[in-house]
Write a protein that binds this ligand. Structure first.
Ligand code: G3I
Length: 331
């Protein structure tokens, strides 16, 4: 029975009309098992990111043994549906395999070649298939200091520059990004990310863009749109592309009546994205999932939440329509 409402224009089409890629992070399990998951993903999004399958541990669980199959399935789905692929992520302090932790502990001299070999093998496997690589993820601590990770402790702060140089050697055509959370607006961590990028560029390190994860929420986690725009503008002034890479908006950090939170969530999506899209440097927006049926947040916070654009039954929420409005807003 027609609803009388005009058909929804898919988000990927709204984004394409203004030169912005609209993507979603993908879990391999529902991709393989749920036809509605596949249908909504292909209809609404023009890019995919693997939530986990392209990380160090899943890709190289034992030294020298690679398991590309789960990530290849997501990349193939993206290719078959005309979607770009964001590669996530080559160097992070989480989801590393045990053997890397052991090397970092006992044979730091062997960690350099192990990291270089991993980057080269993965970049060669996906050469020409990845539109943007998150080469280094979350190297800056929340207070703006270098994050104390196994990589920093074993290799020193130079591991960041080396990772980007090795990635560029492996695939000179690949756009290389630094990705982080909690650095979406202005403040000590955002300033430190900006300073890190200035330093890398001053050293001639091949960095082409920066990913702002945009894991935000209601209340205390609501970003200031003007600060987001100002931060994007100063990153763009360095000649960098800026991608929103992992956006979701938590309800549980709000304090208003539960019934009013979906509308407040929609306002956060619309205002934040409108600010991003007002900046020429912002060329891509990816959500960290698209249905509340598969979000990382409930397992992370231990609380029920509904941070994404579609409900567990794949129905568009007020947040979905808010994103559509932001994408349709005049440049
Ligand atoms: O694969 C194992 C499985 O074998 C085991 O049975 C199960 C139970 O322990 O754990 C499974 O691994 C989980 C993995 O997701 C795959 O599902 C890990 O425990 C779990 O910690 C891991 O969570 C991921 C998290 O990164 C790890 O820090 C989330 O799914 C993923 O969405 C999240 O994504 C990160 C980005 O990569 C970087 N930015 C922050 C973002 C949210 O933390």
């Amino acid at each position: 029975m027609p609803t009388g409402r005009p058909p929804l224009v898919p988000l990927r089409a709204l984004g394409a009309a203004r030169g912005v890629t609209v993507g979603a992070a993908v879990n391999g399990r529902p991709l393989g098992a749920d036809a509605t998951y596949r249908e909504v993903l292909a209809r609404e999004f023009g890019a995919v990111t693997c939530t986990n399958a392209m990380k160090f541990g899943p890709l190289q669980p034992e030294r020298g043994r690679f398991d590309f199959a789960p990530a290849d399935e997501i990349v193939a789905f993206g290719r078959d549906h005309g979607m770009a692929v964001r590669g996530h992520t080559l160097v992070w302090h989480r989801q590393n395999p045990e053997w890397i932790a052991a090397l970092a502990e006992r044979e730091t001299a062997a960690l350099w070649p192990a990291l270089r070999a991993h980057i080269q093998a993965v970049m060669e496997h996906y050469r020409g298939q990845v539109a943007a690589w998150d080469v280094v993820n979350e190297a800056v601590a929340d207070d703006g200091s270098p994050r104390d990770t196994l990589w920093l402790r074993a290799l020193g702060a130079g591991y960041v520059a080396h990772a980007f140089r090795w990635a560029h050697e492996a695939d000179p055509g690949a756009p290389l990004f630094y990705n982080d959370y909690g650095a979406d607006g202005l403040g000590p961590k955002a300033d430190a990310v900006h300073a890190l990028l200035c330093d890398l560029l001053d050293q001639g390190v091949p960095v082409h863009g920066v990913g702002l994860q945009m894991h935000v929420g209601l209340g205390r986690l609501t970003p200031d749109p003007d600060a987001v725009a100002a931060h994007m503008r100063r990153l763009g002034a360095l000649g960098l592309e800026v991608h929103v890479t992992e956006m979701d908006v938590r309800l549980q950090t709000g304090s208003g009546p539960l019934a009013e939170r979906p509308a407040e969530q929609a306002r956060v999506y619309e205002r934040t994205l409108a600010a991003c899209l007002s900046e020429r440097a912002c060329t891509s927006v990816t959500f960290w999932g698209f249905t509340d049926r598969h979000s990382w947040i409930p397992s992370f916070t231990g609380q029920d939440d509904a941070p994404l654009l579609f409900d567990p039954q794949y129905q568009p929420k007020p947040a979905y329509h808010a994103v559509a409005r932001a994408l349709s807003s005049q440049v």
